[in-house]
Design a binder for this molecule. Structure first.
Ligand SMILES: [Zn+2]
Length: 157
């Protein structure tokens, strides 16, 4: 007999459950919404989740040749610089290790492809949007976005 979703959810460990829940919410994560609202408030116009670009960047500012990825510290494995330092799940450790390393390698591949196509790639980490550091992060992001405002807009095909 097929197990229903609730039964499956109940059997998960805490870590597996939070991992699953963040997958479910991955489309419009709260950190991403924070960044979007902030940039929108500054009058910046952008596209979301552009599937035509490598890695489907969360926020694309075509006129400025900038893409922004808002990355979860666990799934994209922020590593030693992380202000949250999520633990790796204790069960199926090797499997998780492979999965997370794969995510990191894929992010890097997308970054290189975007840069090769003339985009500036900015990354905001989930931990950088925690209360207390959020303001400084968004301020830094804004300076990075506007740093090259004298550049001509990039044609998008
Ligand atoms: Zn982090």
């Amino acid at each position: 007999m097929a197990e229903n979703g609730i039964g499956r959810l109940a059997r998960l460990s805490q870590t597996e459950r939070s991992a699953l829940m963040s997958t479910i919410r991955s489309k419009d994560t709260k950190p991403e919404m924070l960044v979007r609202h902030y940039l929108h408030g500054l009058g910046m116009r952008y596209r979301l989740h552009d599937t035509k670009l490598p890695g489907k960047p969360d926020i694309v500012l075509p006129g400025r040749r900038v893409v922004v990825f808002v990355q979860g510290c666990f799934w994209h494995w922020h590593g030693d610089a992380c202000g949250i330092r999520p633990g790796k799940p204790r069960t199926n450790r090797a499997q998780w290790e492979t999965k997370l390393q794969g995510n990191v390698a894929r992010d890097e591949k997308h970054r290189l492809a975007l840069q090769a196509a003339g985009w500036r790639v900015l990354v905001v980490w989930e931990c950088e949007l925690k209360r207390g550091v959020r303001g400084a992060t968004l301020h830094r992001l804004t300076s990075e976005i506007t740093a090259a405002d004298d550049l001509p807009p990039l044609e998008i095909h």
